[in-house]
Design a binder for this molecule. Structure first.
Ligand SMILES: Nc1nc2c(c(=O)[nH]1)N[C@H]1C(S)=C(S)[C@@H](COP(=O)(O)OP(=O)(O)OC[C@H]3O[C@@H](n4cnc5c(=O)[nH]c(N)nc54)[C@H](O)[C@@H]3O)O[C@H]1N2
Ligand SMILES: Nc1nc2c(c(=O)[nH]1)N[C@H]1C(S)=C(S)[C@@H](COP(=O)(O)OP(=O)(O)OC[C@H]3O[C@@H](n4cnc5c(=O)[nH]c(N)nc54)[C@H](O)[C@@H]3O)O[C@H]1N2
Ligand SMILES: [Mo]
Length: 677
């Protein structure tokens, strides 16, 4: 099966590609080359959602490719840990060293002391869960629970709907009501925005549930600036109201759901009044929201990841996703919900990995600081970081950095650029970006699968993930003759167990893109149904009920204290993708405060401040934001050390506590104080 498109002609000046970075939109791209170098990148229409335009970040990709922070060759540490001093070595020497250190541990029966650390740097199928999984599973390394993002929402969506694909983003134009719930597409998935605007133009209403007044919140019919972490009670109050006022769809409930009475019982304590008080919004606004939702058809809820990053995150997402089932909103184009569409495909990474079973101990990535300190999860002697920048992105940053600074920890960082994490490495390996290698990737918003060929020669001596892990398999002696190795073989293996594998391969080879269930996109409860055991919505799935402290839909109260009264949010910005491309953003970044909170602390615009709690502190400038409600502070996610005065970021203030479901991160449970310096 030829799943990759034919090799592009080297003389062409504009070549097709697709973006596999951690974003819902999965843009189809065209790269303009001059003398073999990328000089410009634009969007195409291969993925219809891209509609010919892309974000400002990826437009700057040539600077990322050729800039001074690009890692061009393998390096080995010469100076003190964390100082970023290295000497150039050959691939041969670097790989020999890494393989030898791995073998030593395996030969001593201590394979579990190897911890692979990988997240969303490249969402492509060829660069994670493929040859990397083959290497680490066969070495008997520890497994990483990838929980930093989407774990609570994933658990909820799996439990209630078996991860049924949701409303296609372009179908939002059809909705008479759009609810953007804890999501900020103006920044973190820009191709939804025109469809929201189109719906508004056609008379549809917009409700935004977000503690901050985002760009779309400012243009909404109703903005509910709820206090962070209170989504659960707002959603439960809506559920209670829908049942109580006769807006529940009894026919749908009996045909397509289980345990609706139990859901109703659990929502019972949450009157609109009580929820409004807890969420700190006017009860009249909640009433308006409830009525709008009940009476609008089609109604679409775009649930984002802002909802999940707190102690109540999993139950909150579950309650939000329950709403369309209670109110009978499915069955029409533009009706239902969208969470993640990542499981729109039945592709099997295990076939590409060639990993039969991998049952070693599991380490939660959100607890990396404690793990490296030896306080939980068992000893780790070798850390292999790829597709991730944990020094900047994992909660409780001070502990993570202390762990990375351990002299007895052997750390490999494999990345296209010299990240803050790479500065702590013993060995730095240069990775190609997605423009310099083949890839197969799917959107988790846009329902599209794309495969791409390299459009550039690798910069310096950089190599693709699958090649480096393949080489390490050979050098550690775990490679097998039947392993798929090349990009073509891996792509074919991925599709080999898919029901539609042949058709997908044909579409990819012909168009570079494939669409699940065809184009136009599937409608919930017409073309797609829950992938639960009985194809019903499970309102109170047993496994979630057991996992959540106090049971599913149990509300855990506000964690603020008199010493740390401000809720710190660290939302996505339009300048980076998580921390990817952060080397291009050199300026100082400040903390935003409501004018009232700034005033109460004698803080003026531009003052040097320290934002602190019991875990750490960030020294930066303050910025008054008149649209921010009192009680909040904002310091964006994805910063690098160079963006603040003391090199610390919002993750230094984020607790490594876990959400109620999926062991997810609780970034937005950070509570802080701010003080003028
Ligand atoms: N430009 C850009 N795009 C990105 C990313 C990026 O960093 N930059 N990151 C990518 C990744 S990894 C992800 S996961 C997605 C994230 O995509 P989004 O979910 O859109 O992004 P976030 O900024 O995490 O959160 C969205 C909103 O939730 C709000 N929020 C915070 N706490 C709460 C709460 O308790 N309740 C409610 N209702 N809202 C809350 C924030 O104010 C924020 O405006 O975007 C992806 N796309
Ligand atoms: N304070 C705070 N922190 C947060 C969040 C928050 O809300 N608040 N949100 C979190 C979220 S949503 C997420 S998803 C995580 C993301 O955290 P990470 O997964 O650590 O994401 P990035 O910081 O983008 O790091 C990805 C790295 O992969 C590299 N990379 C890209 N392509 C390749 C490749 O092909 N091969 C290799 N080897 N490397 C490659 C990039 O250069 C980059 O350095 O951050 C979390 N951090
Ligand atoms: Mo994320």
């Amino acid at each position: 099966m030829a799943a990759l498109p034919p090799d592009p002609s080297p003389t062409t000046a504009r070549l097709p590609s697709a973006c596999p970075l951690d974003c819902p939109d999965a843009c189809s791209l065209e790269v303009q080359l001059e003398d073999g170098r990328a000089v410009a990148i634009a969007g195409t229409r291969v993925n219809p959602l891209t509609d010919g335009y892309i974000c400002a970040k990826v437009r700057r990709f040539p600077e990322h490719l050729y800039g001074p922070d690009r890692v061009r060759y393998p390096q080995i540490r010469v100076g003190e840990k964390g100082k970023g001093q290295f000497r150039r070595v050959s691939w041969e020497e670097a790989l020999d060293l890494v393989a030898r250190r791995m073998k030593e541990l395996v030969d001593r029966g201590q394979g579990e002391r190897i911890l692979p650390f990988c997240y969303g740097g490249s969402n492509g199928y060829l660069s994670h869960d493929a040859v990397d999984a083959r290497l680490f599973s066969r070495l008997g390394a520890s497994r990483l629970a990838r929980t930093v993002c989407a774990a609570p929402s994933g658990a909820a969506a799996r439990g209630l709907y078996g991860k049924m694909p949701g409303v296609a983003l372009q179908d939002y134009a059809e909705a008479k009501l759009i609810v953007l719930w804890g999501v900020n597409p103006s920044v973190s998935g820009i191709h939804l925005v025109p469809h929201v605007q189109e719906a508004q133009k056609r008379g549809g209403k917009l409700v935004v549930v977000d503690p901050r007044r985002t760009r779309l919140a400012a243009r909404a019919d109703l903005h509910l600036p709820i206090h962070p972490g209170t989504d659960l009670v707002v959603a439960l109050a809506l559920i209670r109201w829908l049942f109580g006022k006769g807006y529940s769809d009894e026919k749908f409930l009996s045909e397509h759901t289980t345990r609706s009475e139990e859901l109703r019982r659990r929502a019972e304590p949450w009157t609109l009044e009580r929820a409004a008080e807890t969420a700190r919004v006017p009860v009249g606004d909640l009433k308006r929201f409830a009525r709008l939702y009940a009476e609008s058809q089609p109604a679409a809820i775009r649930c984002g990841w802002g909802v999940e990053r707190n102690r109540n995150g999993g139950s909150a997402v579950a309650a939000i996703l329950a709403l369309p089932a209670v109110a009978g909103k499915f069955g029409v184009r533009g009706g239902g919900y969208t969470m993640s569409n990542s499981k729109a495909w039945d592709l099997d990474s295990a076939a590409a990995a060639g990993a039969a079973s991998w049952t070693t101990r599991e380490v939660n990535m959100n607890r990396l600081g404690e793990v490296l300190a030896g306080r939980e999860g068992g000893p780790v002697d070798l850390l292999f970081v790829y597709n991730a920048n944990p020094a900047m992105t994992i909660p409780d940053q001070s502990k993570v950095l202390a762990g990375l600074a351990r002299e007895d920890l052997f750390t490999i960082v494999f990345d296209p650029v010299m990240t803050d994490t790479a500065r702590y490495a013993d060995v730095v390996l240069p990775a190609t970006t997605f423009l310099e290698r083949s890839e197969m990737s799917r959107g988790y918003g846009a329902m599209v699968l794309q495969s791409t060929r390299p459009v550039l020669e690798p910069v310096g001596e950089s190599r693709p993930n699958h090649e480096v892990f393949g080489e390490l398999c050979r050098r550690t002696g775990v490679a097998r003759p039947e392993d798929p190795e090349t990009a073509e073989e891996l792509a074919a293996a991925l599709l080999s167990r898919s029901r539609e594998g042949e058709a997908i391969a044909a579409a990819l080879a012909r168009d570079g893109a494939a669409f699940p269930g065809g184009n136009p996109a599937p409608i919930s409860f017409v073309d797609v149904f829950p992938r639960t055991s009985d194809a019903r919505v499970h309102f109170v799935p047993e496994e979630l009920d057991t996992e959540a402290p106090g049971g599913l839909y149990h509300f855990q109260p506000e964690p603020a204290s008199a010493s740390f009264p401000l809720a710190l949010l660290s939302p996505a910005t339009d300048r980076t993708i998580s921390s990817s491309l952060g080397e291009l953003r050199r300026e100082a970044v400040g903390v935003e405060l409501a004018p009232e909170d700034a005033q109460a602390r004698g803080i003026s615009d531009g003052d040097r401040v320290r934002v602190f709690n019991e875990l750490g502190e960030v020294v930066c400038r303050a910025r008054r934001n008149a649209t921010l409600r009192p009680g909040l502070a904002v310091l964006p996610k994805g910063l690098w050390g160079h963006n603040t005065e003391n090199g610390m970021t919002a993750t230094s203030l984020a607790p490594a506590t876990l959400a109620d479901l999926g062991q997810g991160a609780c970034f937005n449970d950070a509570r802080v104080q701010v003080e003028r310096l």
